[in-house]
Design a binder for this molecule. Structure first.
Ligand SMILES: [Zn+2]
Length: 57
């Protein structure tokens, strides 16, 4: 998944997304989402322009 935060573009690979059984859309469960945002926040703090991360549970 890709996140844009201020000047940073953060690509996070291997995020375990769920698929909605009703409409087929992808979504993240709460624990996964907060982990993803915590990892992204670290890149934003370091003012990374583009960063490719791997999801770490
Ligand atoms: Zn749905």
């Amino acid at each position: 998944m890709t996140l844009e935060r201020s000047e940073s573009l953060i690509i996070i690979k291997g995020v375990p997304a769920q698929v909605c059984t009703d409409c087929g859309e992808y979504y993240l469960d709460e624990d996964v989402a907060s982990q993803v945002y915590a990892q992204a926040e670290d890149s934003v703090r370091r003012h990374a322009e583009v960063e490719i991360l791997h999801y770490a549970a």
